[in-house]
Design a binder for this molecule. Structure first.
Ligand SMILES: [Zn+2]
Ligand SMILES: [Zn+2]
Length: 341
């Protein structure tokens, strides 16, 4: 089969003919229909420090966001059948540690990641453990189903922010920021503001939902967030930029919540006494999605038409055109980039 591989440490990926995987024991073999490029795939493509540190499988097939059809199942698989339409959860939990037994498989002590520590889905077929497979309900189109994994991050962020009735400020209008904002409105937030340095990203965001958008390069965050009607009860941080969070925090209301999603490449210097302690602010981190609470809530929002994410799909490529696809992604033009098999 065709697959997009990290064949050696260093820049780029290579399209290779590799052996079709099998579904042994607990595994399920899937024929991929659509897959999508995630921010983490860009780190792997560029082979930056994050990619070097995360311990990825080399050689290994990249990609973890996908939808496909079950082709065969291992002997121990009981919940899936040939023909099922499925999406994949990136978290591969051990199923045995205390966190797994406590319903927090997504932050399992022995967590592995699909497409990083194990061959992924930028290929014609992939084999995944049954424990990270999800049947896709009818009514969710394939292209959206390929994005359930990243949409789930946004839904999880909004879940943890208890956003209903509140004023939300989302920092960053990349896919995760946009999905966090969409999910906040889906869960009944009073209003959602969203910032980005790219007007084209803000335009795509506005095509998805009714956001108040601001571009800090024209309208300062101070000017925007200090207006009483824009002051947030909840900040959802998706940029990983020290600058963005430092500018926004002073305008968070007392007793507010900060949901941290974006990964920072440096340590974060903040005035904790002033911005957090004396305001009784709560900070919560988000890693991926709850298995499967987030998925239940996300599917409900999608089926009730409370999440309109299709405008976030900006490009569709064939695997053979992967260099153009990654170039579009690295340039930051558009938003979500799919591969169609
Ligand atoms: Zn992802
Ligand atoms: Zn575990």
């Amino acid at each position: 089969m065709k697959s997009l591989m990290k064949t050696r440490e260093g820049y780029g990926l290579t399209l290779v003919e590799s052996e079709e995987p099998h579904a042994y024991e607990d595994d399920v073999l899937i024929k991929i229909k659509y897959s999508s490029i995630c921010g983490s795939d860009l780190h792997v493509y560029k082979w930056d420090q994050w990619a070097k540190d995360v311990g990825i499988k080399v050689p290994g097939i990249s990609g973890h966001e996908c939808v496909g059809e079950v082709i065969s199942i291992g002997n121990n698989v009981s919940n899936f059948d040939v023909g099922d339409r499925v999406s994949v959860e990136t978290h591969i939990p051990c199923g045995e540690c205390e966190l797994c037994r406590d319903g927090k498989q997504h932050i399992c002590e022995n967590l592995l990641l699909f497409g990083l520590h194990k061959d992924g889905c930028f290929a014609e077929y992939t084999s995944v453990p049954e424990i990270c497979l999800r049947k896709v309900p009818e009514g969710i189109p394939d292209k959206v189903a390929a994005l359930l994994e990243p949409i789930g991050v946004g839904v999880h962020a909004a879940q943890k922010g208890n956003v209903s009735g509140k004023n939300i400020a989302v920092l960053g209008a990349g896919p995760i920021g946009v999905y966090s904002g969409c999910a906040s409105l889906g869960f009944g937030a009073a209003a959602v503001s969203i910032s980005d340095l790219s007007d084209s990203r803000l335009n795509i965001a506005s095509a998805c939902a009714d956001f108040k958008a601001w571009n800090p390069s024209n309208t300062s965050t101070e000017k925007f967030l200090s207006e009483e009607k824009n002051r947030p009860d909840v900040i959802i941080e998706t940029t990983g930029s020290i600058h963005a969070i430092k500018e926004a925090l002073p305008y968070l209301k007392k007793n507010g919540t900060v949901i941290m999603v974006g990964l920072f490449s440096e340590e974060l210097p903040l005035n904790f006494s002033r911005e957090i302690i004396l305001k009784e602010v709560t900070i919560k981190g988000i890693h991926g999605r709850m298995m499967w609470d987030t998925w239940d809530k996300m599917e409900k929002l999608l089926l009730e038409k409370k999440l309109n994410i299709e405008p976030s799909i900006s490009h569709i490529y064939k695997l053979t055109d992967f260099e153009d696809a990654f170039e579009s992604a690295l340039n930051g033009e558009g938003m979500k980039i799919l591969f169609e098999n």
